[in-house]
Design a binder for this molecule. Structure first.
Ligand SMILES: [Zn+2]
Ligand SMILES: [Zn+2]
Length: 451
């Protein structure tokens, strides 16, 4: 450790692979090599360069890389909410919740620098460079309701900071190396999505990494406080910053790393029972059914709407019954979804057979058997993608076939690895401290100030 002496800056991909990007520079911005710019702009990539246009669609400049930096403005230099220094830029039509059931497009406003990069295929990426602690304040505000209990917000600030520092570190180490390609044969597709997908920036602004909406939503005083009070603190294991993962609700037992990603074991991401009592881990199909079809005691097993309103943001509140859920398809409907998602015709869908489950009941290898084709699919996110028009809440499910109906009963929301957000918030309302919460989900770790 000790590689991080001062607060680092991070680069966040806000929009990527777009034909054109448009937005507005609120206040005075400066472009290196061509001077001040402000107001509405648009940008396009052409022959490996970015062309920047003004409001009247006159070219301002063209360059292989454009950086726009907000200029300090003495009149607006006061710390105001939400545009604290008066320098912020808005990007129009930013996608959030990409491919999930809550996907939509919104205009979003950011502080820090705006960088525009061309891609080889003629598209363009818009990247925001911002000091890490400022980024965190926005993430905590975007992902969490400001009414969440303080110890939960603080636990999340430490968690997000750790995850981020570990991600930046890992990206540095990976530079020049290529990720192993997904395992795809005629009858088996095993793939997962991790942050190595990002070449031009450290992380993206969507649920794939951490939901970041700049200062569009007013950064809450509570989120600011949680970040300031934990300034520079991270979760460490054997003196290394932890790759701290989290998801919405584990379903009662947390999952292991290799159910979602690489085939490796991470000691502080071992499966735990998310309850005051210890639930046995799932080891067989019979145990999986019993677990998923039951309603066990767990921190994330809450239907208390008042509490959930405090924890979840508005868009997440639409998701009800995340602890145990049911979804039903007709055979035809599911065949059509599979055809659409995979591009293959399975023929008449016959059965869906779990081949491997993790300790939370989440399936990481699943066999889909049709009259024309059978395919083994993994890992958990790919399974969730295949079996829903958007995504299943989780891959912890059992399938019952009744005549022409396929009934999925499932548990949990998200991959279930690491901290369970709803469980952690419930723990905080029960009076558990920030440290107790983090050490419940991440075993054997320490909380240290690293800058
Ligand atoms: Zn990402
Ligand atoms: Zn949980």
């Amino acid at each position: 450790m000790g590689s991080v002496k001062n607060q680092p800056k991070i680069t966040v991909g806000i929009m990527d692979r777009e034909a054109e990007i448009s937005g507005c520079l609120n206040g005075h911005f400066y472009g290196e090599g061509y001077g001040p710019v402000s107001n509405r702009f648009s940008a396009k990539a052409m022959k490996g360069e970015i062309i920047l246009f003004d409001e009247a669609r006159h070219e301002i400049c063209h360059s292989p890389f454009i950086r726009l930096t907000g200029q300090e403005d003495s009149i607006l230099g006061l710390h105001q909410q939400p545009m604290r220094s008066g320098q912020a830029f808005t990007l129009f039509h930013v996608t959030i919740g990409s491919q999930f059931h809550w996907e939509k497009r919104e205009d979003q406003t950011f502080q820090g620098d705006l960088m525009l990069c061309p891609r080889e295929d003629g598209t363009i990426a818009a990247i925001n460079e911002i000091p890490l602690e400022d980024y965190l304040k926005s993430v905590i505000s975007s992902e969490m309701s400001p009414k969440s209990p303080m110890d939960f917000l603080k636990a999340h600030a430490i968690l997000s900071r750790s995850w981020l520092l570990a991600a930046i570190d890992r990206k540095k180490k990976m530079e020049g190396e290529s990720t192993p390609p997904p395992k795809i044969t005629n009858n088996e597709i095993i793939r997962w999505y991790d942050r190595e997908d990002h070449d031009l920036f450290d992380i993206c602004a969507d649920d794939h990494c951490q939901r970041y909406q700049g200062i569009t939503k007013i950064v809450s005083r509570q989120a600011e406080e949680a970040v300031e009070e934990t300034f520079g603190m991270a979760i460490t294991f054997q003196d290394k910053i932890c790759d701290a993962r989290y998801s919405k609700a584990c379903g009662g037992i947390t999952e292991e790393f290799d159910t979602a990603w690489d085939d490796k074991r991470i000691p502080y991401l071992e499966s735990i029972s998310d309850a005051s009592l210890s639930h046995p881990l799932i080891r067989s199909e019979k145990e999986a059914s019993r677990w998923i079809l039951s309603n066990p005691e767990a921190y994330c097993n809450t239907k208390n709407e008042q509490l959930l309103e405090k924890i979840l943001t508005h868009s997440d509140l639409k998701t009800k019954n995340f602890f145990r859920w049911t979804i039903e398809y007709s055979r035809e409907e599911l065949e059509e979804i599979l055809r659409k998602k995979t591009g293959s015709d399975f023929g008449t869908l016959q059965k869906i057979v779990p081949l491997r489950r993790g300790p939370s009941g989440r399936i990481s290898r699943l066999k889909i058997v049709g009259s024309k084709k059978s395919i083994v699919v993994g890992k958990e996110l790919e399974i969730r993608r295949w079996l829903s028009r958007s995504h299943l809440y989780s891959s912890a499910f059992v399938v019952m076939i009744e005549g022409d109906r396929f009934i999925f009963n499932g548990a949990g929301w998200g991959h279930g690895i690491g901290l369970c957000q709803i469980g952690a918030a419930v723990m905080a309302t029960k009076g558990f401290s920030t440290e107790k919460i983090l050490k419940h989900y991440f075993r054997g770790v320490e909380i240290k100030k690293i800058y």
